[in-house]
Design a protein around this ligand. Structure first.
Ligand code: FES
Length: 166
């Protein structure tokens, strides 16, 4: 073997190692992205129009429907959640309809002035605090704002008693 052959062989080895490293690195990026993306994803904070103020007669809870689109990569899906809205003078309260036990939708019972869950007989008072049954905590609240004549609620629920404007 001449020194020229050794140099060529060595050069080939280095070239193969560099190419191998490049291929390994470029194929690792999507894998790392796939593993870490869900933990970096933040819940999107959005305001959802639930209707005109006139749709909510004052003094009692009226059901509000929160419909929105969620984009996840190439997929766009529609999400739908319920809430209960009470207009009381200048104050507007929005209570999440999602039971804190296993997530069924609670309904407002005008006769007893309580929220009731049909799934396991959970009962909440008019503030959303637990009175009876298995729910471990109060119903969440939703931030509310008014734009023009429309009521908007925030998609991210706030635990009862936390945050402001809820
Ligand atoms: S889901 Fe509401 S009481 Fe169980």
């Amino acid at each position: 073997m001449s020194p020229k052959d050794i140099t060529r062989r060595r050069l080939m080895e280095i070239g193969i190692k560099v190419m191998g490293g490049f291929i390994s690195a470029t194929s690792a990026f999507p894998i790392i992205g796939f593993i870490t993306a869900p933990s970096l994803k933040q819940e999107e904070d959005k305001w959802i129009d639930v209707g005109a103020i006139n749709d909510f007669p004052p003094g009692t809870y009226i059901k509000g429907v929160m419909e929105s689109q969620v984009k996840d990569g190439w997929y766009i899906t529609k999400e739908r959640a319920l809430c209960w809205i009470k207009v009381d003078g200048d104050k507007i309260v929005a209570v999440s309809a999602t039971c804190s036990h296993l997530g069924c939708n609670v309904y407002w019972d005008e006769a007893s002035k309580n929220f009731k869950c049909p799934c396991h007989a959970g009962v909440y008072d008019s503030e959303g605090k637990v009175i009876k049954g298995p729910p471990p905590r109060a119903l969440d609240r939703l931030q509310v704002k008014v734009e023009g004549e429309r009521i908007l609620v925030n998609s991210i629920p706030v635990p009862y008693g936390e945050g402001k404007n809820v």
